[in-house]
Every structure is written in C-alpha cells, then in structure tokens.
Design a protein around this ligand. Structure first.
Ligand code: FDP
Length: 341
C-alpha cells in the first residue's frame, strides 16, 4: 500500500481487535487473555509517554532528581515497574509476577488472583535512558499449573510452556511486537489515537542475515566457538561478503532490528560471566519465543534456549538468536568443539 493509501486507511486493526480475533481460535476462551493484554498495553502506553517526556522532564527532575516543587521524583525504571505491577495486579488475571526490578516474585492476593503468570522487564536497556537511545519492555506469559496451589514452580517452567511473549520498543516510534504462539505481529502506537495499530503483520525473519550484533569489548574472554563465529562474520572463508556489525546495547532494539532485517544477536558466556548476562525469564525466553515464531532460532551454546529450565527467577543464560542459518552456524561450531573435547 502506498503512503497516500495508508493515510486514507479506515479499517484499523488495533491490537485489541487482533487479540479478540485470535481468541476465536480458542472456543473455550472467556476473554481473560484479552483483558490481561489490555493491561499490559496500558503499561506500555504509560511508559512510552514517560520516556518521551524524560529528556524534557529532566528540567523538572523526572530522572530521580528533585523537581522545582522540591518533590522527590522517581527514576524511570522504578516508575515503569510500579506501573506494570499495578496494571497487572489490577487486571484480576494474574497470579505470580516476576519483575527484573523485584528480588522476589510477587504473589497476587487471592481476591485479585487469576490464572496467568507474567515475567517482565519493565524497562530493559536502562543504561541507555539518559542518552535517549531506544529502550523497551519485555514480557513472557505462562498459565499456572494448579489454581489452588500456587508456587514458584509456576514461573520456573521451560520457555516451551510460554503462552505468549512480546516486547514494546520505545524508539523513534513506539512498537509492540507480540506472539500468542501463532506467528509474530508488530503494532505501532498512533499517538493521535492512543491505539496500537497492526503495521507489521506476520513478521518472518530472513533465513540468513548480513548483520551480527555483539558487545565485542568482551572478546578477550570469549570461548573458542564464539570467537571463531565472530571471526567468520568478519573474514568469511566461503567467498561471501563480511557481515556488518550493529550493536546498540539495548536488547529490545538489537533484537527488533535482527527480527526485521535478519542476522544474529549474541550475548555469549565468557570467562568472567560463565552464564552470560541476560536473564532467562524476562529476556532470553520471550525473545527466543518470538524468534522461533518468526522462523528463526535461539540457542544457548548447549541447547535450544526455550528448553532451559530455570532454577531461580533471576537466572541468566548465554544466548545466540536470529536468522535460522546464522544460528545453525554457531550451533555447528559448538557441536564440533564438543566432539573434539
Ligand atoms: P542494560 O544493562 O542497559 O539494562 O540486560 C540489560 C541490557 O542492558 C540489555 O538490554 C543489553 O542487551 C545488555 O544489557 C547490554 O549489555 P552490555 O553493556 O554488557 O553490552
């Protein structure tokens, strides 16, 4: 559709309408997921608005300083966490919440309890906040096992049990990417309507990409397969062109580009951090779910990422995710290393 036709479009597929359509695939569904999602969307809209104002609001002290009235202002990540926790609890559809900002899991009080567990990072990439670089919210959703006996095991499940996952990127535009296990769709916030509109239907990651994305400052401590892989990206031996390097250092932005343009994002293990840096429940799993749903792969260096079973809520894991063929290459480098060992 050209730009003029786009501007004239009158049949708007909002995220709520999309999820209601999806609900039709599950005749037993009573709309609980749609309600939960609308509360997540509310959190995303709030954070989008706060992020947009953050630079400006520094004048009045939004970034953890004191404003002109002499009142203490909350940091953006703390504020975002409060908004998401309150939105999720008040949905009446959640039961256990795991947030990057809270050391312990949050068990929702019985009167407000529902059947979903949500693991989330309310504001990922927070070291980028103060310089206006894209940041995001990441979430993964599970169903509790037994309503009458809710435990931490309800969130310590393999990623293969996830029902839905997504992220919202606060960048030059605000984009929410979602999968409910039936492909991946992207929605862009129309600020004049206050609605997320379907702009990227059925996202498929290119089978092979031309970009690799990694913090090369850690190269000194990498293991042999990671070092070999990055070497091959720069000096391919098969006559192909070298890959380009792009690294924002904000997982949502790096993964979003990888999903749309193809290529690979890696945060490997290294000698200093044998489990890598990124957190299983609210970084590795949701992004791996989205990659697989878009036709890509996600690998830890040892196994399919979604088959990990975390033992603690803030566990970390190395991760290699992106285009199918690029991840296949790193998998074969690890396989040949283990066959030598
Ligand atoms: P941040 O530290 O800014 O919050 O896990 C958080 C994260 O950002 C990711 O968003 C990002 O991909 C990664 O860490 C960046 O880590 P490095 O600075 O070590 O590259």
């Amino acid at each position: 559709m050209d730009h003029a036709a786009e501007a004239q479009r009158t049949d708007l597929m909002t995220i709520t309408r999309h999820v209601l359509n999806e609900q039709g695939r599950h005749p037993e569904s009573r709309g609980d997921f749609t309600i939960l999602l609308s509360h997540i969307v509310l959190g995303c809209k709030f954070v989008a608005s706060a992020v947009n104002k953050a630079g400006l609001a520094k004048l009045i002290g939004l970034a953890g300083e004191t404003n002109v009235q002499g009142e203490e202002q909350k940091k953006l990540d703390v504020l975002s966490n409060e908004v998401f926790v309150k939105a999720l609890v008040s949905s009446g559809r959640t039961c256990v919440l795991v947030s990057e900002e809270n050391e312990e899991a949050i068990f929702v009080d019985t009167p407000l309890r529902g059947k979903y567990c949500v693991c989330f990072d309310p504001l990922d990439g927070s070291s980028n906040i103060d310089c206006g670089v894209s940041i995001g919210t990441i979430f993964g959703i599970y169903m509790i096992k037994d309503k009458d006996n809710v435990t931490l095991d309800d969130v310590l499940q393999p990623g293969t049990n996830m029902l839905a996952a997504g992220y919202c990127m606060y960048g030059s535009s605000c984009t929410l990417v979602l999968s409910t296990g039936n492909g991946v769709n992207g929605f862009t916030l129309d600020p004049s309507l206050g609605e997320f509109i379907l702009t990227h239907p059925n996202i498929k990651i290119p089978k092979k990409g031309k970009i690799y994305s990694v913090n090369e400052g850690n190269a000194k401590n990498w293991d042999a397969p990671t070092a070999k892989f990055v070497e091959k990206c720069k000096f391919p031996q098969d006559g192909s062109s070298p890959k380009s390097l792009r690294y924002i250092g904000s997982m949502v932005a790096d993964v979003h580009r990888t999903l749309l343009y193809g290529g690979i994002f890696l945060y490997p293990a290294d000698k200093k951090s044998p489990n890598g840096k990124l957190r299983v429940l609210y970084e590795v799993f949701p992004m791996s779910f989205l990659m697989e749903q878009a036709g890509g792969q996600a690998f830890t260096g040892k196994q399919r990422a979604l088959e990990l079973v975390p033992s603690k809520i803030h566990d970390r894991s190395p991760i290699f995710l992106g285009s199918f063929d690029d991840v296949e290459e790193i998998k074969s480098l690890y396989a040949s290393q283990s066959s030598i060992a």
